[in-house]
Design a protein around this ligand. Structure first.
Ligand SMILES: [Zn+2]
Length: 268
């Protein structure tokens, strides 16, 4: 296995969404494959599907002792530069939130000249098609098909809202710039934001508008593609190294995690 892209430790300090405190993150190279998290030097929590303890609103990992919240935007950023063989030690049980996208991480990686190089010239391919359907809401599903091309993902959204409605967004590795997804922020209903005291921090959806100007008209769908990539990295393989085409029809963290599990079971 190749060594880490990381040649020196990198640090970041930024506010956490849950604690509202500054969170310190120290990213260190490690011989072991994959990505692992710890809290103040505690026992490591491997970033894989076996560690998932919740997929409600965000993807939470746990080893039974420590819990790591909001892993998906970091994992997506890590996948996009093919960061591997690293341990991330945090000062609290969550990743820094930034602006709700992966921009915080990508800016840091860029500053440290971390670029994936030839890593994405991969010949891994999905062995057979996978379809994951939400049993309670069967209109929500994700399909992953083997492909001859680089990783490609489409998100189909359907919200009964004048500024959202039916929208779709497709992103393909090597075709579309990574900023098309890394800068797309998370969103939530303004009512929920107010309840959680997050008004003005997370893009809020009101009855007929958004509480902040959007960066892209289809920013919500783009963010869903970002979440998908971050969650699929929990398969243990960077999903961007696998030639496959994914279509997510209103999927979220739960379906993403089931797809990550199914990909891992293919032993690619
Ligand atoms: Zn997200």
């Amino acid at each position: 296995m190749s060594s880490s892209l990381l040649k020196e430790n990198i640090d970041l300090e930024s506010k956490g969404l849950i604690s509202r405190q500054q969170i310190k993150a120290e990213i260190k190279a490690n011989e072991a494959a994959g990505i692992r998290f710890s809290v103040n030097g505690s026992e490591l929590v491997p970033a894989n599907v076996d560690s998932i303890s919740s997929t409600q609103r965000n993807t939470v990992l746990s080893n039974g002792v420590n819990t790591i919240c909001l892993t998906e935007h970091f994992m997506a950023g890590a996948a996009l530069i093919n960061l591997n063989h690293v341990d991330v030690d945090l000062s609290d049980e969550e990743l820094p939130f930034g602006d709700g996208s992966s921009k915080l991480w990508l800016d840091l990686f860029k500053e440290k000249n971390l670029v994936p190089g030839e890593a994405f010239n991969s010949s891994l391919s999905l062995k057979e098609e996978i379809k994951i359907v939400d049993p309670e809401k069967p209109h929500r599903y994700i399909i992953a098909k083997p492909s001859d091309e680089n990783f490609k993902a489409t998100y189909l959204m359907d919200w009964n809202h004048p500024k959202i409605g039916k929208q779709s967004f497709t992103w393909q590795l090597g075709v579309n710039p990574i900023e098309d997804i890394t800068d797309a922020r998370t969103f939530s209903t303004e009512m929920e934001n107010q309840m959680l005291g997050l008004s003005g921090w997370i893009v809020g959806i009101t009855e007929d508008d958004f509480t902040m100007p959007l960066r892209f008209a289809d920013e919500p769908s783009r963010h869903k593609v970002l979440d998908l990539i971050g969650d699929l990295y929990l398969s243990g393989i960077n999903p961007l190294l696998i030639k496959m085409e994914i279509i997510s029809n209103q999927g979220g963290h739960h379906l993403n995690s089931l797809l990550a599990k199914a990909i891992r079971e293919q032993n690619i």
